[in-house]
Design a protein around this ligand. Structure first.
Ligand SMILES: Cc1ncc(COP(=O)(O)O)c(C=O)c1O
Length: 373
């Protein structure tokens, strides 16, 4: 007997997710003292002081199970975003949200529409459920082609994944485009529009752009819209695993039935409640990204590196004629962790997270060195 014979057929072809390398790992591997990580779109400013204080105040409570319903966190989110708590759900990261939605809705006969060059966890979730992924090309500027996505929907389409701004391209779609897309979606065999899973992991960065749509504004008129965001990015709590979503009350009720009972841990809930009130931290982080993005664009131009303008806290740049994977290794040897893009089918591109000025400066210096060698 082979274990492969007894696992679910859908799980047979699954490949492990390739996570960004950790600083400790690279220090060990390359015998380096100083390493910076610009690989996973975390916030280099760190977590908010308020969140850190909340963590300290809750350490001694960890022998209790967490609140299964994240009551306080939903209350804070409700106040912050003016959405009723019945329309809010929480989970252990956006990754868990993607999987919960897949488990709840995706059957093997369903088609799920995904854009090319979008977050890899969507196709992994589709595969997990044994559904069919329909992959739609982007437009010529590495942006979601929302018209083409709507056209790809048919009777069998159960859901469409949209990321705004998108990871890894950093591009975004405007209010006008998104409203039109929602209108264009055809009804499926259930007589409803497909579920639109709007991933706003980089919402706080995207909202710097004037014509960026806030997904929560479309919930009232779109029964099958699910919007989700995370505390992993601008809020600097990636290590705690906490995210939240907004949807129709009925959908939320079903998500509540699907999720593990204590999915958001006690410390994560406490820190997230504090972080959401820390508007100053968000503004500080947005300002850093606006300033440092300009710096990086200027440096890329000076050294003749092609890049895609980003509405998030990372930039995708072209490594051609060098393979992204090779440049990634060369940068690792120099103590800079970035992200090669092979699993996104972008073998001559690299994604770099925008860090503190000193980190960005070091990254540029090392990039120049690698390009010269
Ligand atoms: C577009 C997008 N969605 C979701 C996630 C998942 O984030 P988390 O599980 O840390 O909340 C990420 C993380 O990189 C992302 O880039």
């Amino acid at each position: 007997m082979d274990i492969q014979d007894i696992i679910r057929k859908a799980c047979n072809g699954l490949k492990p997710y390739v996570a960004g390398k950790s600083i400790e790992e690279i220090k060990r591997e390359y015998n380096l003292k100083e390493v910076i990580k610009l690989a996973s779109n975390e916030n280099s400013l760190g977590a908010s002081k308020k969140a850190l204080k909340a963590l300290k105040n809750n350490f001694d409570k960890v022998f209790f199970y967490p609140d299964s319903n994240s009551f306080n966190l939903k209350k804070y989110l409700s106040k912050r975003y003016r959405v009723s708590p019945e329309n809010i759900f929480t989970a252990a990261g956006g990754d868990e949200i993607i999987e919960l939605i897949a488990k709840l809705f995706f059957n093997s006969e369903d088609e799920i529409v995904i854009s090319k060059y979008s977050f890899i966890r969507y196709s992994m979730a589709v595969q997990l459920m044994g559904s069919k992924a329909v992959v739609v090309p982007m437009d010529g500027k590495f942006r979601y082609d929302l018209q083409a996505l709507a056209k790809a929907c048919n009777r069998n389409t159960k859901a469409v994944f949209i990321t705004n701004p998108n990871n890894p391209t950093g591009t975004y779609n405007t209010k006008k485009e998104f409203s039109q897309f929602l209108k264009d979606l055809p009804l499926n065999r259930f007589g409803v529009k497909p579920i639109v899973i709007l991933d706003e992991a980089y919402f706080e960065y995207g909202s710097i752009e004037k014509d960026y749509p806030d997904g929560t504004n479309y919930l009232k008129d779109n029964l099958t819209l699910i919007v989700f965001r995370t505390f992993s990015k601008i809020y600097g709590l990636a290590g705690l695993r906490v995210a939240y979503g907004f949807a129709n009350q009925k959908i939320v009720e079903y998500i509540e039935r699907t999720r593990p009972p204590f999915n958001v841990n006690l410390l994560a809930q406490a820190a997230a409640c504090a972080a959401i009130t820390d508007k100053a931290q968000v503004i500080r982080s947005q300002k850093l990204i606006v300033k440092e993005k300009k710096y990086l664009y200027k440096e890329f131009k000076k050294i003749g590196v092609e890049y895609i303008k980003s509405a998030a806290n990372f930039i995708l740049f072209k490594t051609f004629p060098i393979f992204g994977k090779d440049m990634f290794i060369e940068l690792l040897k120099e103590g800079v962790i970035v992200r090669a893009m092979d699993e996104y089918d972008l073998p001559d591109w690299i994604r770099v997270t925008i860090g503190l000025h000193k980190e960005n400066k070091l990254f540029i210096a090392k990039l120049k060195k690698v390009l010269k060698s």
